[in-house]
Design a protein around this ligand. Sequence first.
Ligand SMILES: [Zn+2]
Ligand SMILES: [Zn+2]
Length: 545
Amino acid sequence: MGNMVLLGVVLAMAGFGGAGLTPFERGEKWGYKDARGKVVLEARFTAAMPFSGEGIAAVLDERGWAYLDDTGKVVMRPLVVDNGPDYFREGLARFAVESRLGFFDQRGQVVIPPAFSFALPFSEGLAAFCVGCQEVAEGEHQAMRGGRWGFINRKGEPVIPAQFEEAGGFENGRARVKLGGQWKMIDRRGELAGAGPDGPAAPAAPQAGPRNIILIGWDGAQRNHVKEMIARGELPNLVALARQGKMVDIDVVSGATDTKAGWTQILTGYAPEKTGVYSNGRYQPIPVGYSVFERLEQFFGPQNIETRAFIAKKGHVDADGPRKVPYEQWLKKEAQQKKIDRARPGRGNLQGGRIVEEGGSKFVEVPGKPWYNAQDHMDSFVNGLRLNETVAKMAMENLEKSKDQRFFFFIHFAEPDHAGHGNGENSAEYSQALQQDDLWTGRIIAQLQGLGLWDKTLVYVVVDHGFNEGESGHRYAPYVFLATNDQQVSRNGTREDIAPTVLKRFGLDLGKIEPKLDGIALDEPAPERKAPAEPAQPRRAKRKR
Ligand SMILES: [Zn+2]
Ligand SMILES: [Zn+2]
């Protein structure tokens, strides 16, 4: 038994479920392979999600969403929510039999038999249920109306009897309920605990002024690929985040569609002309004071905000200082990089500057990396963490430590970019890497909720560049997105609009920022700036006669 538990833990850490199976795609259908690549379940599903640590996985077959065990047997047909299988909350998800709802666990076993007209997901050990309510269409959404609402515990016992006209989930020991046509708050015993806000229960994300902001970077996430995965229900945490606020299109309209240009632009709000960071190959340190980190430190005072970056990549989101490389060494490296670039476009860019002579030897001056200046004016800058899991765990440890202070975190995931370069944009590996981004994004959000920070924190999922369709590079890949619980985001935008949005939400007066920001906050109107289908041809310099 002990060994089995250990094995499960090891496999879960390696990104496999208890069964060690991973999804693969063949001819538009999905199946599962074992760790050695042997096909265990034939590709016959329209969609296939990774196995849970407990050994079940959600698939979409001809009858709809189902959970399978590792022999391919359907163990449960879950409730379908937003075109995907119901999410597990606190270890339980919902299913329905003949219009009666119940709950099952992550092994696919029924925990609460189907007995309710409807039920909301569990939160803080309780779930709202209703008796006699009915589904009605309200605009594009379905809503449950009529009947009476109460709350059940994890055994399915009605610990707060059905008596309310509507009810929401528990947060910080309180839930919203409607009684006599008015919204009120109740505590865990069902007793009134103050007046609730008017109107329907609004999501709990902070809308007036957040105390904290987190940018979660999904390096190299192509918009269309992400949207297809959303339609297949494969990015549940991204969808849950956007459902509280917005998901909008972001186009790259200045700077290269690469990593150095991307994160520099997102975290400064400037076009490359102001930062000197044009691409992975042409850059300099961002001028002192231009980054969001530095502006926030300056605005609040260093003691009053924690600014931290946890970054998967080493190259391109880097803070190394300037250096000189011997010329011969440089030529060798350059030749190597050109080869790499031919095999995997976008990977071989080599940064270099002037050639100088010193003491009879030639050197190439390599400029300092973009984050060279900023790293000294923020609380921490850690890069090269490589795996999503390492990045997320370090960020989560710091969230715990910073929970009582104001903070701005940048959390950077790079697995999709690596999978895209290695296997191509249409590969199963690229999709799996995006699922990993989604998984760790979800864990970070769950931790914020657990720490009681969700109503004080805005989260933006942002992307530096996409991928060329079906290719293994992003030479010109300007189509990305932004997803957030910020309800004030009101339109599509560009990479440089993100920093102004963050600064404005923290209360900075954008009009006072020098030099003038190139981006416009995403809650303000702006002229439409769409990326052209082809990159603008660089204008040839006229030859001087
Ligand atoms: Zn990138
Ligand atoms: Zn890349």
